[in-house]
Design a protein around this ligand. Structure first.
Ligand code: SAM
Length: 294
């Protein structure tokens, strides 16, 4: 054993007592971050190089600060994103919906597909689409100026490597009554967009959430009305406005909301092929639908 591995064992017990869900993983990832080594190299850190900042960071996690705020990084599909106070930490559930969108965009017989990501936060969905669908351009919309700073930072970070300026950030509000005014930048795209995708705020006001979420994710990323549906209804209205005939919408929701969100995209409003899709844990997680005309 080494000093660092002993400290990791102690920290794991402390994190478990504090109610952290994956205490061993978090202790190891914090140790790797502090000592600037890979997780598989922790045993190689000499005792003399043990860094006491390890315990400072463990104590932040004991206080239920998200791991990603402590390391400053979040992994999403093939991206490593900068995150911190003021921006929603991207979640694995959203990777599944993003993969669905990427697969559909790749299948489309369109030379340079156009996607719109409503509520882009860190830019996770928009950047993944640009990275994995080489000729796609993505318009990323964000209302919260603090989150917009993080999106800009991540877009800049990837601009030279994979996404080559194909992600355009717009300050805008997709829920307000005057949504077309709030999204004036996108007016030129009306009726021509191939995919509208969104992971909007969808937690009903007053719901209980873990401290990592309630105290650290920005409120604008979480809460939406008493039933969690107003922002999803906003996505539906904007999708109807932007999509071309045959265009697709994908919107994430909470596991218990599958049936309610299905009915936000009914045939009576013109939608076709409305489906509830599951995440990797088998829970209802996102609804997809087609705008008719093809
Ligand atoms: C749940 S977070 C998702 C962030 C990112 N797309 C992801 O999946 O990690 C929702 C995002 O939508 C933004 N948002 C909330 N209401 C909005 C609105 N009316 N117009 C534009 N953005 C909004 C929030 O600020 C937040 O960044």
């Amino acid at each position: 054993m080494s000093l660092l591995l002993d400290e990791i064992a102690l920290a794991t017990a402390r994190l478990a007592e504090a109610g952290v869900e994956s205490p061993r993983t978090d202790a190891e990832l914090i140790a790797a971050h502090v000592h600037n080594v890979k997780r598989g190299e922790l045993h190689t850190v000499p005792d003399a190089e043990f860094d006491a900042r390890f315990w400072a960071d463990i104590n932040r996690r004991v206080n239920r600060e998200p791991l990603q705020h402590i390391t400053g990084r979040a992994f999403f599909r093939y991206l490593e994103l900068d995150v911190g106070p003021g921006v929603f930490v991207p979640r694995p559930e959203t990777e599944v919906m993003t993969g669905w969108v990427i697969d559909r965009l790749r299948e489309m017989d369109v030379a340079s597909p156009v996607a719109v990501d409503l509520g882009t936060g860190s830019g996770a969905i928009a950047l993944s689409i640009a990275q994995e669908v080489p000729r796609a351009s993505v318009h990323a919309v964000e209302a919260d100026p603090l989150a917009g700073v993080w999106a800009e930072r991540n877009i800049t970070r990837y601009v030279d490597s994979y996404t080559a300026g194909r992600v355009l950030l717009h300050a805008g509000d997709f829920v307000s009554a005057d949504f077309a005014g709030g999204l004036a930048d996108l007016a030129g795209l009306a009726g021509s967009v191939d995919v509208v995708v969104s992971n909007p705020p969808y937690i009903p006001l007053g719901s209980a959430v873990p401290p990592e979420v309630g105290e650290y994710d920005p409120p604008s990323a979480l809460w939406s009305g008493s039933d969690g549906l107003p922002a999803i209804r906003g996505v539906e209205r904007v999708a109807r406005w932007l999509l071309r005939p045959g265009g697709l919408v994908a919107v994430e929701h909470g596991a218990p909301q599958g049936a309610a969100v299905y009915w936000v995209f009914p045939e009576e409003s013109g939608w076709r092929d409305t489906r509830t899709n599951k995440d990797l844990a088998g829970r209802d997680r996102f609804v997809t639908a087609t705008w008719p005309g093809m």
